[in-house]
Design a protein around this ligand. Structure first.
Ligand SMILES: O=C(O)CCC(=O)C(=O)O
Ligand SMILES: [Fe+2]
Length: 279
């Protein structure tokens, strides 16, 4: 008699630590307390972290599955200003509107993440979506509609990094899957610019001498979910050292439905404009 292999179907509670983060019961006092505390952290610090959001066993499985995808990841490399604006020519070479930062990382597009990768289950969960919406204190939140950009896995090998930058979106949501042997820390300077002022002088001073500002460091701890407000706080991922890759997932959520990338952005970030796999 042949026996079929038994693959247990994982529930959200098998993956996410629902005892610590009771996100499936949004009227529970513990949930309301968690949200209120996280909102105040996000307001004061610009960041809210949720250590142990994903259970250890699931994180290890997801890191292994992600590592197996590494040979097929898209190698992304870009030189950019901290503002992601095209370089301005009429200013001196060290001006932040001209100075270039180095970013290099390997990426798996949403369409290439296997159906049985648990990261999909987290991203597709309405409980997780509502939790993030509540912490951000938004009336509506949607998953990104782009078949490549909605959910990404990232790998950083030795020397790879994200250069200093301000995000073009109000917030980002990441989940650490594996820390590098060394380096690969997330560093940020709170509110180095604001809504009305790109603060070229302060940014320039900081790039010349990082001691002019207080740099906060978030070491990468696997299983930690991080919400970060990056539009006004300068941040980077420090160059990875050693053999072990820094692995994480980036969840794209937006406050509008049906948002997709342009062909230009798809080509830049994924090396293609359609979901057809790269050969
Ligand atoms: O990988 C990270 O931890 C940060 C990602 C980030 O800053 C970005 O994608 O803009
Ligand atoms: Fe960023």
């Amino acid at each position: 008699m042949t026996t079929l292999p038994f693959t247990p179907v994982l529930t959200l509670g098998d993956i996410v630590d629902l005892e610590r983060y009771p996100i499936t019961d949004r009227s529970h006092p513990a949930y309301l307390e968690l949200v209120a505390h996280s909102q105040s952290l996000l307001g004061q610090e610009g960041v809210a972290i949720f250590p142990g959001f994903v259970r250890d066993q699931s994180v290890v499985a997801m890191a292994d599955q992600t590592l197996a995808l590494h040979p097929r990841m898209f190698h992304f490399r870009e030189k950019h200003t901290v503002y992601f604006k095209p370089q301005e020519e009429g200013v001196d070479a060290q001006h932040p509107l001209r100075r270039l930062m180095d970013t290099e990382k390997d990426t798996v597009a949403y369409a290439d993440i296997p159906a049985d990768h648990s990261i999909r289950q987290i991203y597709q969960s309405d409980d997780v979506l509502c939790f993030i919406k509540d912490v951000l204190n938004l009336d509506a939140l949607y998953r990104h509609a782009d078949p490549l950009a909605a959910l990404n896995l990232q790998g950083f090998t030795t020397g790879q990094q994200l250069g200093w930058h301000f995000d073009r979106s109000d917030f980002s949501v990441t989940l650490s899957l594996q820390a590098a042997s060394a380096g690969g820390d997330f560093e940020y300077v709170r509110m180095l610019r604001n809504e009305n002022d790109d603060c070229h002088d302060a940014v320039r001073q900081f790039l010349d001498d990082p001691k002019t500002q207080q740099v906060e460091v978030l070491p990468q701890v696997p299983g930690t979910l991080t919400l970060f407000r990056g539009r006004y706080s300068l941040h980077r991922v420090t160059p990875v050292e050693g053999d072990r890759l820094r692995l994480n997932a980036v969840f794209a959520y937006v406050d509008q439905p049906n948002v997709e990338f342009s062909d230009y952005a798809r080509q830049l970030f994924y090396g293609r404009t359609t979901v057809e796999p790269l050969v």
